[in-house]
Structure formats: structure tokens, C-alpha cells
Design a protein around this ligand. Sequence first.
Ligand code: NAP
Ligand code: G4F
Length: 337
Amino acid sequence: MPRRALVTGVTGQDGSYLTEQLLARGYEVHGVIRRSSSFNTERLDHLYRDPHEESTRLRLHHGDICDSGRMAKLLYELQPHEMYHLAAQSHVRVSFDIPEYTLDATGLGTIRLLESIRKVGVETRFYQASSSEMYGATPPPQREDSPFHPRSPYGVAKVAAFWTAVNYRESYGMFCCNGIMFNHESPRRGETFVTRKITRALARVYAGLQEKLYLGNLDARRDWGYTPDYTDAMWQMLQHDDPGDFVIATGESHSVREFLDLAARHLGLDWESFVEIDERYFRPAEVHDLCGDASKARRELGWKPTVTFEDLVRMMVEADVDLLEDELAGRTVRLTS
Ligand code: NAP
Ligand code: G4F
């Protein structure tokens, strides 16, 4: 029998890469998707097969992490061996506009799932998508034992979820792991996060379709890695003998300005002639500098990043140039990178 994984947030950036990797490892993957008035499975289309095909190992189920009854039913019916909880309102700037919903989905969502697992009595290993945003104002390098000082409703919600996972591990002996993931990016990154916003806009400027790009704080520094490396780390955590919490990061930080500069140079563009600062993209409180120390993951999981900052920027720029060319030519776009 194949191992069964239940993935929340399966339609997101991380969910799509994780699903690809789990299927390649022989898993049966069950993904939770929200009902939407338009298709929201674009990142999974290349993996999806007609459910009538018996051999299909990817199944999608409607659900919402704000609906504990539904999640408990899915857990009971599917009895997953592993559960990857990736669903969240994941946008930091947006969390200042919708703090209550963010706390509900991103924070309470984890309690709902762990309480359902406990009450239904499912034997499963649980992965919590924790975030470097929890460190907030704590200066780098940030490690597992660095204090949390969140600077956004999103960060506060992730701290609550982090401690919930630790608490269920300590109280009930459940196999819960926190991946404290630093920023990870890819051609599938959501279009409103700064890296993708930049690479997508540069492709359009390069093609003569866009004149201006409005950005916020160019001085913020982030530790940016390549997403498939990070989703692989999630799986590795759940295969480890003992549950634990792991920082996953490259150990190198760069400013938004450096990302922009490198991306623009790749296309021979002078960004200073078309980038403008719009205060709308500033945050009420900023996280200025994130740079993680992933020594524990290297030591205990044998994990290390495989893609450099320069290669990541180049890959994202080229993917957005190709995507735009396909769109303009009216070709069907398949997300494979
Ligand atoms: P993402 O692309 O924004 O994906 C978020 C996923 O959550 C989407 O599938 C979304 O569904 C789903 N979702 C949101 N609210 C939901 C709800 N109420 N019920 C069910 N599903 C819901 O995020 P990501 O970059 O893949 O990140 C995955 C997880 O890792 C998130 O928890 C994020 O906070 C965390 N994280 C990410 C990073 C990073 O750099 N990417 C770093 C640290 C931690 P729709 O498609 O329907 O919107
Ligand atoms: O790309 P961002 O929106 O990512 P942020 O806030 O670091 O959050 C991401 O990483 C977290 C891990 O640390 C995840 F937990 C979270 O789910 C998400 O994936 O912003 C990065 C930086 C910020 O300092 C922001 O102020 O870029 C700065 N920035 C400058 N101009 C901008 C913009 N960010 C956005 N989104 N849009 C701008 O125009």
C-alpha cells in the first residue's frame, strides 16, 4: 500500500512542489482545496489526472481550515500517514488589513487540525509551516533558539501556531514538526510577493507592455532560497526518527534592491528609470533583516540548499519572460519549472 499524505494549501506555491515530490516518491496525495468561483488549481494542472482513472494518486477534496468539522471528516476518512499543513493567509502586508481573519486561518487553523487529529484518533505525522517572520525584530543570524518578536498579525499568528505544534507534541506525544522556513521563491511564487512582482513586471517592461513598477521598502533584507529545496526539507523532517523544529535557510541575505538590480541587469534594463516608490507597499512595522542559520537541519537531516541567489533570480526572470511570450502567442501554459 502506498503511503498517504494529506496536504492543506495544496494549490499554493509550496503545495504544488511538495505534491510533485510526494507523487514521485510513490505517495497517494490528498489535497484540500477551497471552493472558488474560478479555477484555482493552475499550479497542479500538470499533475492532475481524471479521478475516474484508477491509477491516479492525486485526489482533491473541498475543505477549509476554518471549518473544523470538514477537516475532522477528511482526517477520519483518509487516515493519512503524514499531514502537511501549508494552508494560511500567507501575505504579511495583507495581514495588517485583515488581522482577525489572518489569526483565524493562519493561527487557529493549526489548533483545529491538531485537535481533530487527537479527537479522531489518527496516527499521523504532522508538519507545521512555520515562518522566519516569527523572528521579526530579532537580529540575524536567526536560529531555533533565537527569540520570537513578530512584527505583523501574520507573524503573531504563526507564533501561536508554532507553539501549538510544540504543545501537542509535549502534551500528547504527537509527532509534530515545525519547519521554520525563511523566504523561498520560484517561478510559481504568488504574483504579489516582492520577488515575483519584480520578475513579472520586468518581463513586461522588457516586452514594452508596462512603463512603471511601484514598490515599497527596497532596503529590507531577506534570506531567499529555492522552493523545491524547502519542500524537500518538509518531507525529510517527517522521516526523521524524532519530531523537532528546524530552521531552513540559505544563510545569505540580500536586499530587495539587490534582487531588483540583478534581475534588471539580466534583461539589460535600467530599473532606476521606471521603478517608483509607493508608500502603500510599506508596512506599519517592517522586518528589516532575516538571515537564517540552518546548521541543525544540515547536521540532523543532511539538508542543504542547492540553488544560489544569482541562479534563483535568473531562473525567475527567464521563467517570466517565457511565460509572457507563451501568453502573447496564445499558447497553453504548463507550469513545470
Ligand atoms: P501560498 O502560495 O500563499 O499558498 C497558500 C495556500 O493556502 C493556498 O493553497 C491557499 O488556497 C491556501 N489557503 C489559504 N487560506 C485557506 C483556508 N482558509 N482554507 C484552506 N486553504 C487555504 O503560500 P506558500 O508560499 O505556498 O506557503 C505555504 C505555507 O508556508 C504557508 O503557510 C506560508 O505561510 C508558509 N511559509 C511560506 C514561506 C515562503 O517563503 N513561501 C516561508 C515561511 C512560511 P487558495 O489557492 O485557494 O488561495
Ligand atoms: O515578498 P514579501 O511580501 O515577503 P515577506 O513579507 O518576507 O513574507 C514572505 O516570507 C515569509 C518568511 O519570512 C513568509 F512567512 C510569508 O508567508 C511570505 O511568504 O516581502 C519581502 C520584503 C518586505 O520587507 C517588503 O516590505 O519586500 C519588501 N517589499 C518592497 N516592496 C515589498 C514590496 N513586498 C511586497 N509584497 N510588495 C512590494 O511592492
